[in-house]
Design a protein around this ligand. Sequence first.
Ligand SMILES: N[C@@H](CCC(=O)N[C@@H](CS)C(=O)NCC(=O)O)C(=O)O
Length: 198
Amino acid sequence: MNLYSTATSIYCHRTRIVLAEKDIAHECIIVDTNDLPEDLIDLNPYSSLPTLVDRDLVLYNSRVIMEYLEERFPHPPLMPVGPVARAQTRLALFRVENDWYPLAEIIETKSEKAVVKARKELTESISASADVFAAMPFFLSEEFSLVDASIGPLLWRLPRYGVELPRAAKAVQAYAERIFDREGFQLSLTEGERELRL
Ligand SMILES: N[C@@H](CCC(=O)N[C@@H](CS)C(=O)NCC(=O)O)C(=O)O
């Protein structure tokens, strides 16, 4: 199995976390987005990253890749069993992708005026969820899930984004440390991602 990945994108990072948490044998091919490999261009009509190749199957979109890995390698499970809990997990994933990831993308790619606004929105939005982070060891769950695999990359980048959470959000910091301390999270980090927090 091959994963084509950038060195520091949150989308790629969350798929690398799932691969590491499930201890799935694979090769991670770090790609320079300014010089995409020909085989990636041939395989994926969007040439987007991450792209997963499992024998004849080619998958793109990080969410599609994570859900495939969850179904193909069910242990350890990163989704709950019951339909209600599964729907709540998917809703939480939707909220992370819809509310937080776009702000991270603005901070990473746009000019200073937009960045200042996005930084403020991200700080306020994460802080407003402090009670949810405090309620359980993982996000809305006793067990590590795909939601944590998605939030972890964002929290890892907060210092780089210039986002400083207020003291009132210390539960978020405690949650982040729980995620960062996991073996799977540590194994998922590229050199470029380690450098983000040096
Ligand atoms: N919604 C997509 C977004 C992925 C995305 O934006 N990937 C960027 C890297 S962060 C990309 O493929 N860039 C390719 C390029 O710049 O050529 C996903 O979840 O996979």
